[in-house]
Ligand binder design. Structure first.
Ligand code: CIR
Length: 253
């Protein structure tokens, strides 16, 4: 169960966020409204939400998930692989020091963006992507081991981050799309398949029994409901334009 979340208000510079999509430029006002709706959804799931102010120096800074991995035993400050995102970790580190006694860090040449890390109990699957490299993953695994946790790597072929295409919903249920559906590492889970035309919905989050999903993906919604979950929908159309989704918008702990 989670009790807290950290989010960061989108900045005006979000229009310059990194993207691989051709969906157009995010509408800033709309992004702010959608972000508020996201905060409301987290609160409805029982979380205390810590809201950091917008930081116009970093277009992608609303995607706080990529700045740290939070575990029961420690926080691990990441080292984003995207150059324009490296400075995002500084302020988050100061905030996390208020909540975590132990704050570890990933250092060069290792890079890690925790959008690439999925927790299943005390095991952490780490995607090796354009943003997270072998050295970064090895550093994460060695820190996890120090505190009695474990980690393993998964090679990504196409997706930006591991959690772009996969989400663990507890109770052995895993939402997966595309390249992850047939990954041998995931076959022990009950896989809830997301169709290619709704692949964006694979980035959903389990928060204390409820699954928050992006608005507008009816087939995925039905499949997750059929697996027994209560659902909350949040429109994230403006974040999708710069490759961001529901998990990226918060650090939950
Ligand atoms: C980026 O390319 O870094 C941002 N535009 C999107 C980050 C999405 N974060 C995530 O999946 N954890």
């Amino acid at each position: 169960m989670f009790t807290n979340a950290i989010v960061r208000i989108p900045c005006e510079n979000i229009i310059n966020g990194l993207t691989t999509s051709s969906l157009g430029i995010p509408n800033y006002e709309k992004a702010l409204l959608q972000h508020q709706d996201y905060i409301n959804a987290l609160k409805k799931c029982g979380l205390e939400v810590i809201i950091l102010p917008a930081d116009n120096n970093f277009p992608d800074s609303t995607f706080v998930e990529d700045t740290a991995l939070l575990t029961k035993h420690c926080a691990i400050i990441s080292n984003p692989g995207a150059y324009s995102r490296k400075g995002e970790v500084k302020e988050v580190k100061n905030v996390l020091k208020e909540f975590f006694e132990i704050v570890e860090e990933i250092n060069d040449p290792g890079t890690v963006e925790p959008g690439d890390i999925m927790a299943v109990g005390s095991h952490y699957y780490i995607g090796l992507s354009k943003r997270t490299n072998e050295s970064g993953a090895a550093q994460i695994i060695s820190i996890l081991r120090k505190y009695g946790m474990t980690g393993s790597t998964i090679k990504l072929k196409e997706m930006l981050h591991l959690k772009t295409g996969v989400a663990y919903l507890e109770n052995n249920n895993l939402v997966a799309c595309g390249e992850f559906i047939n990954k041998p590492e995931f076959q022990k889970f009950n896989i809830i398949e997301i169709d290619d035309d709704e692949s964006y919905a694979a980035n959903c989050i389990w928060v204390n029994g409820t699954v928050i999903i992006p608005k507008g993906y009816p087939k995925s919604k039905a499949s997750i409901q059929d697996a027994g979950y209560g659902i909350r929908e949040v429109d994230t159309s403006e974040f999708k334009k710069i490759d961001g989704g529901l998990s990226c918008l918060s650090l939950r702990f």
